[in-house]
Design a protein. Structure first.
Length: 116
């Protein structure tokens, strides 16, 4: 499975941005997805995760602002990020696996910068 993340950019505080992650290869092995981020000088953290049955979870820092959901096909997941804050600045990575929490596949990362 190969993952391709896209949608990052430079935005002002308060606006929204949508990240997309598209999988190719043996996509039928994927039962769970997640978005992680790594901010400068900080450890990588999971931002949002979901299973193919629809269960989702979010980091406390993004609850109510970010939404992870399936995209237009079985092989795409999106992260809708609303009311972005400067502390959301990070490189965002998508991950997937057959088992939630045991991430086998990673995308290349997309930079999100929130700055006025």
């Amino acid at each position: 499975v190969q993952l391709q993340a896209s949608g990052g950019g430079l935005v002002q505080p308060g606006v929204f941005l949508t990240l997309s992650c598209t999988a190719s290869g043996n996509i039928f092995s994927i039962n769970a997805w997640a978005w992680y981020r790594r901010a400068p000088g900080k450890q990588r953290e999971m931002v949002a995760g979901m299973t193919n049955t629809g269960t989702t979870n979010y980091a406390n820092s993004v609850k109510g602002r970010f939404t992870i959901s399936s995209g237009s096909g079985l092989n795409t997941v999106t992260l809708q990020m609303n009311n972005l804050k400067p502390e959301d600045t990070a490189v965002y990575y998508c991950a997937s696996s057959s088992t939630f929490g045991s991430w086998h596949y990673w995308g290349q990362g997309t930079q999100v910068t929130v700055s006025s």
